[in-house]
Structures are given as structure tokens and as C-alpha cells.
Ligand binder design. Sequence first.
Ligand SMILES: [Zn+2]
Length: 234
Amino acid sequence: MSDNIENLFYQELECIREQVKSCALTIMEHNLDESLMMDYLKQLEGVLENCVKTEHSVALARNAAKEAELRAVDETTSNPCSDLFDEVYEESLDELKQDFHVSEAIKTAPSIKAFNRLLGEQKESRNLNGQAENDDNNFEEVVTTQQTFSLLDPISKIIMTDPVRHKLCGHVYDRASVVSMIKASVKKGFRCPTMGCGYRKPLNISDLEDAPDIKREIRRQQQRGGMSSSHNHH
Ligand SMILES: [Zn+2]
């Protein structure tokens, strides 16, 4: 995928997420029958899951292609060898699929976590007030908190290896993905891809700083031998 198409792809996904959010809020504003409402919301969650699945396969394919580019070289001349590429690509893709399960991506996806939090809060407020009350700001806040502790890069959806924080909004990304997105969108500017981020200006490479806290956390999780409990610290 060229960088421009890739950018479009992520913008499209972000659009879908925004629509899911506003659909969910609309559904909850109406005093629907509880089970009917939950049924609609489950379907919306399914849409978010499909977004994660799509992003996940694109991220794996991109990483496999990068790897194949490096590995597909003629052994004697060390020139790139296009005949080898397909084979190496399939191999890398298989390896990546084993290392990064889509189920794990769904379990840790900030968009889905935030959605479930929203549903939980909604249920609570219904029980308390007998009526649905929605606060948009509430939702944004939850999303931001979730994102702060996510160990997945919000762009590639893969566990970060070199996390950097954007000083002006506090969100964390993997250095390679955010730098390449910023460079690819010099004209239009690349805005923080974190859902619910209130910072609407284009990101600057000079505003990125190391995120040693996240790096430590990633290392700790990896030593523990699993990423599934990534939200259980603090
Ligand atoms: Zn942000």
C-alpha cells in the first residue's frame, strides 16, 4: 500500500468508528427496551471488531512485506531477488500471524474497551436515574485513559517496540509508524490517530519524546509471558 492510500484507509476506519460512536449514543438516547437496545449495541460492537480485524491484517501484511523486502536477496550477489519475494512474504506472514493473534488484538483494542466501558456506564446511569443520560465528554475521557495504557501502537495495532509520546496530547505510538505517517502526510498533516484525542493539529516529529514508562511496561508484560493482562497494572 502506498502511504497515501494507507492514510486514506486509516481515515476511513476512523470515520467508521466515529459513526459507531454516534450511532451508539443515539440508540442510548432513546428509551428503547433494554434487550433490544443491547442487541443493537452488540451489532455496533461487531462493526468495531471488524475494524480491528481489518487493521490487524493490514498491519501484518505490511510488516511481512517489509521483512520480505529485507530477506529476499540473492545469497551470492546479495542483490534483491524478486523471485524469492512471494515465498519469503508468505513465510513472514505466517510467523507474524502466530506471534500476533487477531483475538489478542480484539481483546486489547482501545476502541472496543472504550465502547464496553461506555455500555457499562450507560447501564449504571440507567439504573441510577431510570433514564439515559449521555455525556459526550465522559466518553472522550474514558477513551483517553484507555489509550494512555495501551501497549499497542494505535497506527499499526501491533505491540510497540520503540514507544514515543507526543508531548502536546500525551498519546503514545511506535516511533517507526508515527514518523512514517507524519512524513507521508507533509501536505495535509497527520493528526493524532488516537480515538477521542482532543488535539486537532497536525503532529510534529519534534514534539515526540521517548516514553520510557511504556517501554518498561512492555518489557514487564513480555517477561510475564503474555500481553493479555496489559490493563491490569497500577
Ligand atoms: Zn492524541
